[in-house]
Design a protein around this ligand. Structure first.
Ligand SMILES: Cc1cc2nc3c(=O)[nH]c(=O)nc-3n(C[C@H](O)[C@H](O)[C@H](O)COP(=O)(O)OP(=O)(O)OC[C@H]3O[C@@H](n4cnc5c(N)ncnc54)[C@H](O)[C@@H]3O)c2cc1C
Length: 439
C-alpha cells in the first residue's frame, strides 16, 4: 500500500439494498459522522473507494490543536477536544491521543506580536495559552539550539496517531451497526423528484434517505457531477517519519522550516511547517479569483508549479453517467510524490534545531493532498437546493484534530438534532447565493 501503513481494516462483504444514511468517504470525517449516526440508532453505510483512512486522514502530521485556529472554528474544536478525551474508551481502541501541548515558535518581534494577539481569541473560553520565553521555553524544548524570541504554548493541544484513528472509528461505527465497504466508489447521486433517494456505486444502487459527502480532495469533482459548485483546491504537503530516539521533545513544535511531532512508536513525524506546493491545474483558473485573497495571505508558504497534475486533471472527466467508470475508480488512493527538496531541507533544519535527532534515521516519506476552501474553513452544510444531501469537506489542512466534532455536527444536521455548535460559519451558501450550476 502506498503512503504510511494504515491499521488493517476488514470491510463488510456486500452492499445493503437500503440504509438511512450513506456516507461517501472513509476518512476521519466520514467515519466520525458514521459513528455518531450509528450511535443514534440510524442504519449507516460508509462507501470508500480505496481503503479506510488511506488519503489525508493517515498522511497528516497528527496534530490536535486549538492554537492558531481560525476563530470561527474554536467552538467546534473545543467540542472536538472533549470527544478526543473519551474516544479510546468509547471505541475500545487506541487512537494515540495525548495532551502534550503544542509550541508555535517565533523568531521575530513581528510574529511574536501576532502570536500574542491570537491568544485573545481564547479569552471567552478560559483556556490556558501563553507566550513563553527564555528558561521556560528551554524547558519545554529540551536540548533545542534555535534562536527564537518565544513561542505560543497551548498545553491542552495534543496529538494522535493518524494511521490508527480512521480505522478505529470505522470499527467503532461498525460495532454500533454501521456497514463499511471499501474499494467501492460512489459514482453519483440518485435524485428523484428533486431530492436524494440513494446513490449509484460501482457495485450497484443503494437507496437511502440522506447522503453525507465526506470525500476529502474529491468532493468538488463529485459535487460538480451533481450540478453543485463547491470551491475547493488542493495543496501538497510532504512528510517523513524517523526511527525511535530517546530524549526528544514531548510537545509538538512548529518552527520556521520544520514541524515535528513525537509518535507512539518513539520516532518523530517531521514536515516543513512553512512550505506547501500548489500544482497549477485547470481548477486553478476556474477558481483563481475566489482563492486570490487566500493565496495572497499565504504567499510566503505557497510554491506554485506546473507538473504532471495539469495533464492528469485536464484529462479527468467532470461529468459522467451512472453506468460509466468515474475518476474515483481510476485513482483508489491519492498518493502524490513527496518533494525531495522539502524533505532534505526540513530534515536538516529539524536536526540543527534538535541535535538529539542526529541519532535518528528517516524510514519513510510521503505526501498528502490537502483540500482547501477559499476561506480555509470547512463546509459542513446541507445543500439547500438538493434535499437529502449534506456536504462535510474542505477542512483546509486542519480536519484531523477537529474531525470527531465535525462528525457530530454533521450527524446533528442530518438528524435535525440541536447542532453541537452554530453551523452558520460552515454553510455552503457563503460562497455564493446560488450554489447550483446550470447543467
Ligand atoms: C500532509 C498533511 C498534514 C496534515 N496535518 C494535519 C494536522 O496535523 N492536524 C490536523 O488537524 N489536520 C491535518 N491535516 C488535514 C487533515 O488530514 C484533513 O483535513 C482530514 O484528514 C480530512 O479528512 P477527510 O475525511 O475529509 O478526507 P480524507 O481523509 O482525504 O478522506 C476522504 C475519503 O473519501 C474517499 N472518497 C472520495 N470520493 C469518493 C467516492 N466518490 N466514493 C467513495 N469514496 C470516496 C477517498 O478515497 C478518501 O479516503 C493534514 C493533511 C495533510 C495531507
Amino acid at each position: 500500500m502506498p503512503g504510511p501503513a494504515v491499521s488493517a481494516f476488514h470491510p463488510d462483504p456486500s452492499l445493503p439494498a437500503k440504509v438511512d444514511v450513506i456516507v461517501i468517504g472513509g476518512g476521519i470525517i466520514g467515519t466520525s459522522t458514521a459513528l455518531e449516526l450509528a450511535e443514534r440508532g440510524l442504519s449507516v453505510l460508509i462507501c470508500e473507494k480505496g481503503q479506510i483512512g488511506a488519503e489525508q486522514s493517515s498522511r497528516n502530521w497528527g496534530w490536535v490543536r486549538l492554537s492558531m485556529r481560525d476563530p470561527r472554528e474554536i467552538p467546534l474544536m473545543l467540542e472536538a477536544v472533549r470527544i478526543w478525551e473519551g474516544l479510546d474508551v468509547r471505541l475500545g481502541r487506541k487512537t494515540g491521543y495525548r495532551k502534550t501541548g503544542i509550541l508555535f515558535t517565533t523568531a521575530t518581534q513581528k510574529s511574536y506580536d501576532l502570536h500574542a494577539r491570537w491568544i485573545r481569541q481564547l479569552d471567552p473560553h478560559q483556556i490556558e495559552c501563553r507566550m513563553v520565553e527564555g528558561k521556560d521555553l528551554d524547558q519545554l524544548m529540551r536540548g533545542h539550539q534555535m534562536k527564537v524570541k518565544g513561542a505560543l504554548h497551548t498545553p491542552m493541544d495534543g496529538r494522535a496517531e493518524p494511521q490508527w484513528v480512521a480505522p478505529a472509528i470505522a470499527e467503532g461505527a461498525r460495532d454500533r451497526g454501521a456497514k463499511v465497504i471499501t474499494g467501492c466508489a460512489v459514482r453519483s447521486l440518485d435524485i428523484q423528484a428533486g431530492r436524494v433517494t440513494g446513490v449509484v456505486t460501482e457495485r450497484g444502487r443503494v437507496a437511502c434517505d440522506a447522503v453525507v459527502l465526506a470525500g476529502g480532495a474529491w468532493s468538488r469533482l463529485f459535487a460538480g457531477n451533481a450540478g453543485i459548485e463547491l470551491p475547493q483546491l488542493k495543496t501538497l504537503n510532504t512528510v517523513m517519519r524517523t526511527t525511535a530516539i530517546e530524549g526528544g521533545p514531548e510537545a509538538s513544535i512548529w518552527a520556521k522550516g520544520f514541524a515535528l511531532r513525537k509518535r507512539e512508536d518513539g520516532g518523530y513525524t517531521v514536515a516543513s511547517g512553512s512550505e506547501n506546493i500548489v500544482d497549477i491545474v485547470p481548477d486553478s483558473f476556474r477558481l483563481g479569483l475566489r482563492f486570490l485573497p487566500a493565496f495572497m495571505e499565504e504567499r510566503q508558504s505557497l510554491r506554485f508549479r506546473l507538473s504532471g497534475r495539469w495533464r492528469e486533471e485536464a484529462g479527468q472527466a467532470r461529468r459522467w453517467a451512472p453506468d460509466e467508470r468515474t475518476p474515483f475508480e481510476l485513482c483508489r488512493i491519492l498518493d502524490p510524490e513527496p518533494s525531495q527538496r522539502i524533505l532534505r531541507q526540513s530534515w536538516a533544519r529539524a536536526r540543527s534545531a534538535f541535535p538529539v535527532l542526529e541519532s535518528a534515521e528517516i524510514v519513510q516519506s510521503w505526501a498528502g493532498m490537502i483540500d482547501v476552501t477559499p476561506d480555509a474553513i470547512p463546509v459542513i452544510s446541507p445543500v439547500e437546493e438538493l434535499p437529502g444531501l449534506l456536504i462535510s469537506t474542505g477542512f483546509s489542512g486542519h480536519g484531523f484534530g477537529i474531525g470527531p466534532a465535525a462528525g457530530k455536527l454533521a450527524a446533528d444536521l442530518v438528524t435535525g438534532d440541536t447542532p453541537l455548535v452554530d453551523p452558520t460559519p460552515f454553510r455552503l451558501s457563503r460562497f455564493s447565493d446560488g450554489s447550483r450550476i446550470h447543467l
